[in-house]
Design a protein. Structure first.
Length: 234
């Protein structure tokens, strides 16, 4: 269980006790971590807005003011951005799109200053059109995650890429951002092999390996070049 999962589980454990206090010792035993770790987790939950309070005394412990049925989760920067991208990619004709837009706005407004800065920085690395249906071509999960990390960290990624003619080449690519075309997602990158901006279909990348080399500061839209649709940041 990673820390994010544990934070959620701790909050749920306290809520399920229906007002009965839960001690740090109990939580440490339940989640098989030290009491000091639990205290840090509880402090993180409080700082993120979870309504916890301490009942001091021999039989005291943690309580929550959260009403039954409410769920409060501490989201990471990539998790927040994934929700924003999903809504933007679905298009304006998606059922409940207005409610989704309102929910995302409330989520963004609730973020702490540092998290909001990180989310805004990562959102600026994304481009999408107005929601044409996506093709069902399979992208390898480990490739996608590696490319995501490259864009997030702004480093060069080494790719094995198959072009439209079936030719496989190995390329060092500065991972600048993503573009959603009519039916699939692309990596926007500066290709060292071609010494030019290129877009790479994610489903044509057979392998990807991160490097520690930082990308050169480049204009994302100039690197993307002309595409047959208006694009925008989500």
């Amino acid at each position: 269980m990673n820390r994010l999962e544990r934070l959620y589980a701790i909050n749920e454990h306290i809520r399920r006790n229906r007002g009965r206090p839960v001690s740090s010792t109990q939580l440490a035993r339940e989640f098989e971590v030290s009491r000091r770790t639990i205290e840090r987790d509880l402090a993180a939950l409080r700082s993120s807005g979870v309504p916890l309070y301490v009942d001091h005394g021999r039989n005291g412990g943690q309580h929550t003011l959260d009403r039954a049925g409410a769920v409060i989760v501490t989201l990471s920067t990539p998790e927040v951005v994934s929700l924003v991208i999903a809504l933007a990619s679905a298009g304006r004709d998606m059922p409940f799109s207005d409610a989704g837009s309102a929910a995302v706005k409330r989520l963004l407004d609730s973020l702490g200053e540092q998290t909001r800065f990180e989310v805004d920085a990562l959102r600026r690395r994304i481009r999408t059109n107005n929601g044409a249906p996506l093709d069902q071509a399979r992208v390898k999960a480990h490739v996608r995650r590696t490319v995501e990390d490259a864009v997030r960290r702004q480093v060069v990624v080494n790719l094995a890429y198959t072009d439209a003619n079936g030719l496989v080449t190995n390329r060092a690519v500065e991972a600048l951002g993503f573009y959603r075309g009519d039916d699939r997602w692309f990596l926007i990158g500066w290709c060292h092999l071609r010494n030019a901006g290129r877009i790479f279909r994610l489903d044509r990348i057979s392998s990807a390996r991160l490097t520690r080399r930082p990308v050169v500061a480049r204009d994302l839209d100039e690197t993307l070049g002309w595409v047959p649709h208006d694009v925008r940041a989500p």
